[in-house]
Design a protein around this ligand. Sequence first.
Ligand code: MTE
Ligand code: MOS
Length: 753
Amino acid sequence: MSVVGKPVPHESARGHVTGEALYTDDLLLRFPNVLHAWPVCSPHAHAWVTLLDAAPALSEPGVVTVLTAADVPGEGDTGSSRHDEPLFPKEVMFHQQPVAWVLGETLEAARLGAQRVCAEYEPLPAILTIEDAIAAASFLSGPCRIADGDVSVIESSPLKFDGELMIGGQEHFYLETHCAIAWRDESGGIAAHSSTQHPSEAQEMISRVLGIPRHRIAVECLRMGGAFGGKEVQSNPWVAIAALGTWKTGRPVRVRLTRALDFALTGKRHPFLARYSAGFDTDGRLEGVRISYYSDGGWSLDLSEPIMWRALFHTDNTYKLPAAELTGLICRTHKTSQTAFRGFGGPQGMVVIEEILDQAARRLSLPPDVVRERNFYRPGDITHYGQTVKDADRIQTIWRQLKVSSEFDRRRTEIERFNQSHPHHKRGLAITPAKFGISFTAQFFNQAGALVLIYRDGSVQVNHGGTEMGQGLHTKIQQIAAHGLGLPLEAVRVMPTRTDKVPNTSATAASAGADLNGAAVADACRQLCVRLAEVAANLPEGVPFAQVCEAAYRQRIPLFAQGYYRTPNIHFDPKAGRGKPFHYFAYGAAVSEVEIDGFTGDYRLLRTDILEDVGESISPIVDRGQVEGGFIQGVGWLTLEELVWNVQGHLATAGASTYKLPSWSEMPEIFNVDFLQRAAESGVVMGSKAVGEPPLMLAISVREAIRDAVAAFGDGGPHSFASPATPERVFFAVQHARTAKRTSNDLKEVIRR
Ligand code: MTE
Ligand code: MOS
């Protein structure tokens, strides 16, 4: 009767489609006297605030008050890694940064009031690109560094080349924009609903800003309409403003960003610049690689450091780097503070190594898939940071199986034939692998708690530290708890995430939500089973669960338990750049086929085949959704979604009309998703593997398929284009390929913008 591994629908699927599932802003109806907040935004990317006079706003009908630095009883800062994010800045650090907040009876009153706040600025020069930041030595942190082996080997390698790759950022575009509602509870403390991946940090920030201890604060997250890393720390300022407004006025306060404000004020995936040199032997085996990464961190540190580390950790992807020297610098620019986004720096590192391998293959006139294969890790190999890849044979297994199921070789020949007979349309095919390390690289985050309550009628409430953002965590938790107690799914209800049920939680992130919280829930269920088994032993056989619970209650046996889990044996020393940061690796591979129109650079994704290693899937429908959604989100990042900041530092692409998202029409025409069979992972709850982020990186197969098709317009030689591969960039790459002549040992021309 186990419900683990069963293809059950997402626990809120019905609510999602009927509209019955509530999100933070839907809870507004419960607060009839709520005040609405609107920011006073700076018109400069970098400036001193020389004057801030709120008085004129107060004569706007419906305006209740204006929040400024003078209202902050504690510390007016919501920086998560460093205290470097003033809520009311004296020095404006990015275009549209809020300098004050107006509270009104209606949103419109607050908005009109914000226009009447008198703010004056002294503009300062702004740094808006990675190149400018490098020139001005404007860095938030770094260098992070991992080095292994002797990279001087590159100089004497038979094939040596250098290059530079610019990788664009990405807007999260969760359907639900940022939102928080705070109010005073009857004890005089603060309660808040927040659309956040990290309720405990929301609690911490309210405590910091109001200067009150955390036990006076309770934060709840019912569910999010998507987060994708964008609500890991970036939800902090909004809940802090709501709490501060409540503190000052005594009334509930709602902060909800419009889509345009969400675009303008919140951080995105980090743009990266990579400068590399690589050395290969004549068979395409990598001998050494040196890469300098520069990420665009924006105005504050945020999560930029661990994101840079993850880029360094994932530069190997599935390949043995015999010698590597990787460094990362985080640029400070006058832009939004770039933040976590599905993959967390891993994707950027993997795009770079795949670029390098493809360059090598085309210089050596070898098929790129053969060069990739030749560089795969073998079981027992050790990564450049010192972790053993103990199950590296899975890479080969997945690769071989996928090549067969996708009919790679047959289609390769077919595509060559197609390309010979079509001068203006070319098809491209590529297979790329992915290996993604699972665990937070900061060791202490890898813990979770749970509180499982059984009522006397045998029904169950589960509380755990994770948040639901659409990824299906609550569904998996429900399955784990039902399995753990031997109950049907309906007997278990997963409660909204609350800081007063499970304290000191980690963000739901790093794809580890089910691994950590699921293990904590399983732990609580095991304790309850032991207690209930003793009670049941004295009852006639076959007594229903509810009767056992009632009997336990009467015997004064507690029907609730706390569960706890910490990931064993992980550690990393950033000074040495060595350790075992990951509990295990998630693997996968994808084959993608595209067709490019040489007149326009436009392309279609004809077919994608994916084979993903999710271990023993707890919830196959949920996992399939994660693989499909993650992949398409990656395709958007690498091919369509382009963030354009103008010379004033204003984000010109701040809405769905100018920022192209993938939708139904960008789905591959044929889309086959499969899971690796008999893949149980030991030492993880239910033998299952994390699936939230890894599939995003399979989209690199589309970028490489586009490159393959572009090359077919010329002689197949090496070429490069910046990411995203928008039709414009592809068009220029085609022009270049049509005229370029293959040279064996240097690629001087780099097409960057
Ligand atoms: N899936 C949906 N539908 N919505 C999301 O916001 N976030 C992704 C991924 N899948 C996300 C998602 C990110 S960035 C992470 S880290 C994981 O889900 C977090 O959840 P998990 O740890 O439970 O997998
Ligand atoms: Mo995900 S980027 O770890 O929230």
